[in-house]
Design a protein around this ligand. Structure first.
Ligand code: GRF
Length: 199
């Protein structure tokens, strides 16, 4: 059977992408990495793509000042590399309409909280965990969902809880949640690959 071809979109460290590449290498995930796209030419994600021998591209408002041109470049690269599923892993931009239309219902995102709580515009990085602590939550977690043109919106595919403990800071919470992200993202993609989750 044809393997699911993943197209990663990442802006920063790329630790989620790396965890997925490791799951593939260890045979826990029946998929292949087709392409990594980053808007950040110095991102850890691109370094990791080069180290792993995965094709990569740098597309941003610097390489493509016109948003339509940027959307087209991203679309063409994903299509050209035979991508079946877009895996957003810390991608700080929205996808353009052409890409979203072509990959409708086949764009995943991971969010470090239990959506619909603590999501939306401005809810990224430590801001998410600051909001969780400020709200006095006892439980937070991780959400993998389908992405559309609204931030942190779209069908939820899987969630896992993380306990908030006394003395937690945004940083300690972020680290604990990230460890879980690394497990749940690969597992969720495997459930898609096996047909258990239908997109
Ligand atoms: C993760 O916390 C993810 O949930 C969020 O951005 C962060 C990306 O981290 N969307 P990394 O680049 O995968 O290390």
């Amino acid at each position: 059977m044809k393997k699911l071809r993943l197209g990663f979109m990442a802006s920063h460290g790329g630790s989620n992408m790396q965890a997925i590449l490791e799951a593939i290498a260890q045979g826990r995930l029946d998929a292949e990495a087709a392409l990594v796209i980053s808007n950040n030419s110095t991102s850890g994600a691109l370094e990791k793509a080069r180290a792993a021998g995965v094709p990569w591209r740098h597309f941003s408002s610097v390489t493509h000042p016109d948003p339509q041109g940027l959307d087209l470049a991203i679309h063409d690269a994903l299509v050209g590399h035979g991508v079946d599923l877009i895996v957003m892993a810390g991608y700080m931009k929205k996808l353009g309409p052409k890409t979203l239309e072509r990959f409708h219902g086949r764009v995943l995102n991971i969010h470090p909280a239990l959506l619909p709580k603590h999501g939306g515009r401005g809810m990224y990085g430590l801001h998410v965990h600051e909001a969780v602590l400020a709200a006095g939550e006892k439980i937070t977690g991780v959400t993998v969902h389908l992405a559309d043109d609204v931030y942190d919106h779209g069908r939820i595919l899987s969630q896992r809880e993380v306990e908030v403990v006394d003395g937690d800071t945004p940083e300690t919470l972020q680290a604990r949640v990230l460890t879980l992200e690394h497990q749940i993202y690969a597992e969720t993609i495997q459930r898609i690959a096996s047909g258990e989750i239908r997109l």
